[in-house]
Design a protein around this ligand. Structure first.
Ligand code: AMP
Ligand code: MG
Length: 338
């Protein structure tokens, strides 16, 4: 396994080795502005299979293709509608994934058998340069074993993937810390399938109706659903309970009361509330800070070996929608709203 440090020394020529690995069908972990990705040549069926194996990911869970320019987009998608063009102009490069009709060149293994493909142009400079050098779209889900919190810094995921990938590129901490927003355009409307760094409010600026899929804050009711499986995601090994009230005092008192039921507990709290608890980790105060920190804090909390982790919730607005979407799954929908 090759460790490439671009955190302290932004020498892009170090990426040549990694681009070669991709061309030869290998796996490389690389930084993006959302979370770290585990990448392979997105047009190479065998290479893509290795991603599913390394992550233990279900084969019907589609991957996102990461591109460095619009020429790459033309090579993989069929037609691009007016609204999709406007989304591209306004939000690329950046944390927005758009669903398109796929061309035959895109393997069904990438799309989970669908005839649509999810595509994103990341804004992280290392990611862009890496994709450009590889010369192919890079299929990359988040770099974590399936079901676990996503990796937002290399230190958190190094051990998980040490013997499973050929190289890891260290680009420091991911800026945003949450996966991209995934949207689909249907009937002249924009539908958010997964909330992320680009908010509903950002999307509304284009002037089209924006819908939020009912599964974003609810349980998926797909036919293959087995309880505690599909909607358990981003989760520490320790059981978690999400607690939220718009009245912070009510929320804090409820957490203190509930924690008495356990021998040991830990609270993931906003910075302004940490003094209220004995055993606590600080998630930051603003929605940006919380999204940046949350996955790493979930991993840190897991190492404390407590019986239960309580997590303070946030209002589901702006970036808060993406944060609550992840936290509900991290808690397997074990939540208390007051
Ligand atoms: P991840 O790779 O973990 O960041 O997750 C990618 C997510 O993008 C998947 O879990 C899907 O929700 C979504 N996605 C990818 N491709 C498609 C597609 N063709 N149609 C609908 N959703 C998709
Ligand atoms: Mg993921």
């Amino acid at each position: 396994m090759e460790y490439i440090d671009l955190k302290d020394d932004l020498d892009y020529s170090k990426l040549d080795k990694c681009a070669d690995i991709i061309k030869k069908g290998g796996l490389v972990i690389f930084p993006t502005e959302t979370v770290y990705g585990i990448g392979a040549n997105g047009l190479d069926n065998e290479a893509v299979l290795k991603i599913f194996e390394a992550k233990g990911r279900a084969s019907d869970n589609p991957l996102i293709l990461h591109i460095a320019n619009l020429k790459m987009l033309d090579e993989i998608v069929l037609d691009i509608c007016e609204i999709q063009k406007k989304l591209i102009e306004k939000f690329w490069p950046g944390p927005l994934t758009i669903i398109f009709k796929k061309k035959d060149i895109v393997p069904f293994r990438v799309t989970g058998g669908l005839d649509t493909v999810a595509v994103r142009m990341p804004s992280n400079k290392i990611a862009l340069e890496f994709i450009k050098k590889a010369g192919v779209p890079i299929a990359a889900p988040s770099a974590n074993i399936s079901g676990r919190p996503s990796g937002t810094k290399l230190g958190d995921i190094k051990e998980e993937f040490f013997d499973k990938v050929e190289a890891m590129i260290d680009g420091g901490e991911a800026n945003i810390g949450l996966e991209s927003t995934v949207v689909m355009v249907d009937d002249n409307k924009i539908k958010i399938l997964r909330p992320g760094g680009i908010t509903k409010e950002d999307l509304l600026e284009l002037g089209y109706p924006v819908l939020v899929d009912k599964n974003v804050l609810g349980k998926s009711d797909g036919p293959l659903l087995s309880p505690g499986m599909k909607y358990k995601h981003y989760a520490p090994k320790t059981n978690c309970i999400l607690v939220f009230s718009e009245d912070e005092e009510v929320m804090i008192n409820k957490i203190k009361l509930e924690s008495k039921k356990y021998n040991s507990s830990l609270v993931l709290a906003k910075k302004r509330n940490v003094n209220n608890y004995d055993n606590v980790l600080d998630m930051g105060d603003t929605l940006e800070e919380i999204s940046h920190n949350i996955f790493s804090k979930l991993r840190e909390a897991d190492k404390k070996n407590v019986d239960i982790i309580f997590i303070e919730g946030v209002k589901s607005e702006g970036l808060g929608l993406a944060i609550m979407n992840r936290l509900l799954r991290a808690c397997s929908y074990n939540y208390i709203y007051l």
